[in-house]
Ligand binder design. Structure first.
Ligand SMILES: NC(=O)c1ccc[n+]([C@@H]2O[C@H](COP(=O)([O-])OP(=O)(O)OC[C@H]3O[C@@H](n4cnc5c(N)ncnc54)[C@H](OP(=O)(O)O)[C@@H]3O)[C@@H](O)[C@H]2O)c1
Length: 233
């Protein structure tokens, strides 16, 4: 098979960086993206120094023109885009009770964690439809799982539940184009967001995302995964 091209958002650190490393180790050309050109270049350079096939594009998921120009640049260079990993996210106000949760903060969470991934999907899916091949992995969270929803983290929960809606709706709409779109949760992992006491490593967290990114034709779509197994919404 020809070399696949992957775009990963928020890949300068944490889970996104680890997914970039693992995908490149499997022979994928990874376009590592980050909102900071300096941090993103440094992260891409670190992976290239390890012999991996990685390039960099600046991409802030809250800026539609930044999404457009990154996708255009990738298509101009490679003439295709096979894999999208919607990884970038923020966690804000998680100690604030829902009753007092500021709507302004919810807007900010939705911009990064839900509207950004939607804009990315809208930018890459037409390319994937043309090539009749695509894999999209939306990095979600148990926090967005309605079946186990409890108190706390109102805005973050809303944004991840919305991301899961995007997965299901778009997966249903592109079923005929060999485009597989799934949500996954990495579990609680040791990153800046997860904290140093989290039980799982970024390597463990990245495994299911990489597996979903490389699904064979006819694989699952429109589902929610943890440790390579489907879980309830
Ligand atoms: N850590 C956990 O335990 C855990 C659990 C469940 C789900 N998740 C999910 O896993 C994913 C990765 O989380 P993580 O733990 O690696 O988080 P992290 O360490 O906080 O990294 C977040 C990444 O997102 C980037 N980012 C934030 N806003 C952005 C924007 N507007 N445009 C582009 N990039 C932006 C950050 O860039 P900067 O460096 O510029 O800030 C950073 O690269 C997220 O979707 C998160 O919700 C994490």
């Amino acid at each position: 098979m020809r070399q696949r091209i992957a775009l990963i958002t928020g890949a300068n650190r944490g889970l996104g960086f680890e997914i970039a490393r693992q995908l490149a180790q499997r022979g994928v050309h990874v376009v590592l993206t980050a909102r900071s050109a300096e941090k993103g270049q440094a992260a891409a350079e670190q992976l290239r120094a390890a012999g991996l096939d990685v390039s960099f594009q600046q991409l802030d998921v809250t800026q539609p023109e930044s999404i457009r120009s990154a996708v255009d640049a990738i298509c101009a260079q490679f003439n295709r885009l096979d894999i999208l990993i919607n990884n970038a996210a923020v966690l804000l106000g998680h100690t604030t009770p829902g009753l007092q949760f500021p709507v302004m903060l919810i807007r900010e969470l939705m911009e990064v964690n839900a509207y950004g991934p939607l804009l990315l999907c809208q930018a890459v899916i037409p390319v994937m439809q043309q090539q009749n091949y695509g894999r999209i992995v939306n990095i979600s969270s148990r926090a967005g799982q309605l079946s186990s929803m409890g108190g706390g983290s109102l805005g973050y929960r809303m944004s991840k539940a919305a991301l899961n809606v995007i997965t299901r709706v778009l997966a249903a709409e592109v079923r005929d184009y060999n485009i597989l779109i799934n949500s996954m949760t990495p579990g609680h992992i040791r990153t800046d967001m997860g904290g140093p006491q989290a039980p799982r490593s970024p390597e463990q967290g990245a495994d299911t995302a990489v597996w979903l990114a490389l699904l064979p034709d006819g694989g699952p779509s429109g589902q929610f995964f943890f440790e390579r197994e489907p879980i309830a919404w």
